[in-house]
Design a protein around this ligand. Structure first.
Ligand code: GBH
Length: 495
């Protein structure tokens, strides 16, 4: 009976949306294309001080008085996934996903950040989770670092101190050794731009350090070398035996030129280089984008610095970093417009150093998050630009999603997913972009960083007022389940 109701429900949803969005791509997703959902440790696990876990920067920031987080929210309990992972896996099984992207909490494995002592209970949690996933036919995709560095390392300067490179690699080695027989897909970092620019530049993410145009560049310089070292460690010591694959997730909006003028077209390209190229150019080609090198060197000199604020790689480091990816993970949510300007802001900072202007028009379709405007066509333009700029890499969309206030009747989310997936399918079909996977953010409502629990991205609702944190499928969960069965965005697809 339930399945009959579900069937009718699906039919109505699919039919209605197809009517509304008459132009959805009607090609089935290829058989080997993988669909999944994502979460991150601090956003879902809770159990912040249980079983020997150490303090990390998000514990530290959320416990500050007064709290910098909306409603004084914390991730102390979050979705309680540390205790409820079997329920999470049951949800994943019901959705029918091919894989689950989750991250590991560094301070759960290494309470001080240093590798002298492993917290076995923390390690066991991830072994249990991976085992449960495997038992249910779900592939784990593991993010080694999703923003929650151990506080003792932060006390030494965190990502701005190069001692963190070897600590990160030691941590990664433990994960490859202990989990690598069961985990075949790894991501070193999630969205390094947010770790560095928001963490050490503009103070919009933990550890909330304000050092625009200085701290954010130091952070990135260390993070890129840590990434390369972890990739090479896997490549040289684990790949042959474990047969896995390892990449990195980099986020960017699509940046659309405001007009057809050469200046605006160049400005949009510059903005892409300062956002996505900051990380991807070193990893694919061995060095920072030339526009970053030129702008920052010139501005640093004008500001009285003896050397560029953008650190330089040695020739040896360039060769070492170049090529350290098996695939590129891309997180994409939205689009910005970009124009050139005759009066660049002379102050220090990543945005200022780019010397262009970017914004989102007020009349673009909005969500619960101020930065997230619904712009489906940006998806195709972005992945096609990545294909053309970075030598046709394998691309995994490792996040894409929509925020609202948590309603179960989340038609806005369904419509967002339909149109973004259609645009992605267009890029695959019409531009030959090599996209191998798509990941919806998120499996369930969770701790949305500085916004606390005020912005909801889940396919499943979580009752944060109840000690049991009950999960309930939203309409979008049923829609995603149907998509994963049919692999098709319209009523009937062609292959
Ligand atoms: C992802 O970041 C994260 O990986 C994930 O943990 C998070 O829950 C999810 O998105 C939803 O936000 O303050 O105007 O400068 C997405 C990329 C980049 C979006 C930074 C918010 C801040 C915009 N994020 N951005 S603003």
């Amino acid at each position: 009976m339930r399945s009959v109701i579900h069937f009718v429900f699906f039919f109505i949803i699919v039919f209605n949306e197809a009517q509304v969005n008459g132009t959805l791509n009607n090609k089935r997703f290829p058989d080997d294309f993988k669909f999944g959902v994502a979460t991150a440790s601090y956003q879902v696990e809770g159990a912040w001080n249980e079983d020997g876990k150490g303090e990390n920067v998000w514990d530290q920031v959320t416990h500050r008085v007064p709290s910098p987080i909306v409603n004084n929210d914390t991730g102390d309990v979050a979705c309680d996934s540390y205790h409820k992972y079997k329920e999470d896996v049951a949800m994943l099984k019901d959705l029918g996903v091919d894989f689950y992207r989750f991250s590991i909490s560094w301070s759960r494995i290494l309470p001080t950040g240093f590798a002298n002592e492993i917290n076995e209970a923390g390690l066991q949690y991830y072994k249990n989770l991976v085992k449960e996933l495997r038992a249910n036919g779900i592939e784990p995709l593991v993010t080694i670092f999703h923003w929650d560095q151990p506080q003792p390392l932060e006390d030494l300067g965190g990502w701005t101190n190069d001692i963190i490179i070897d600590q990160f690699v030691d941590y990664a080695r433990i994960l490859f050794r202990e989990l690598g027989n069961e985990v075949k897909y790894w991501l070193t970092f999630n969205e390094p731009k947010q770790t560095c620019n928001q963490g050490y530049g503009t103070a919009q993410k933990a550890p909330l350090i304000t050092s625009p145009g200085m701290g954010e560049y130091l952070c990135t310089h260390n993070l890129l070398r840590a990434h390369a070292k972890a990739w090479r460690l896997y490549d040289e010591e684990f790949r042959q035996e474990q047969q896995g694959t390892i990449g990195i997730t980099i986020d960017t909006p699509w940046f659309e030129p405001f007009s057809n003028s050469t200046a605006d077209i160049e400005a949009a390209e510059t903005k892409l280089q300062f956002t996505f190229g900051w990380y991807t150019n070193p990893i694919v080609y061995g060095d920072y984008p030339s526009v970053m090198q030129t702008n920052i060197a010139r501005r640093s000199a004008q500001q009285g610095f003896k050397e560029s604020r953008l650190p330089q790689f040695t020739e040896e480091e360039k060769a070492y970093i170049k090529g350290t990816y098996d695939f590129l993970g891309v997180n994409v949510y939205t689009t910005f417009l970009v124009s050139s300007t005759d009066e660049p802001d002379p102050s220090m900072g990543l945005d200022e150093d780019s010397e262009v202007l970017d914004w989102q028009p007020d009349d673009w379709e909005s969500t619960a998050s101020s930065w997230l405007k619904v712009v489906p066509w940006g998806m195709r333009k972005l992945v096609t630009w990545i294909k053309n700029t970075y030598d046709n890499p394998k691309i995994m969309i490792t996040e894409n999603g929509y925020s609202d206030n948590g309603t179960l009747e989340d038609d806005g989310r369904i419509s967002y997913y339909e149109r973004y997936l259609s645009s992605l399918r267009d890029a695959m079909e019409l531009d030959g972009v090599d996209v191998i996977a798509y990941t919806a953010w998120s499996l369930m409502d969770n701790f949305e960083w500085m916004q606390g629990y005020s912005e909801k991205f889940g396919l499943y609702h979580v009752d944060f007022n109840s000690p049991n944190r009950e999960r309930t499928a939203k309409k979008s969960a049923l829609w995603y389940k149907n998509l994963l069965e049919t692999r098709c965005l319209v009523e009937e697809c062609v292959d």
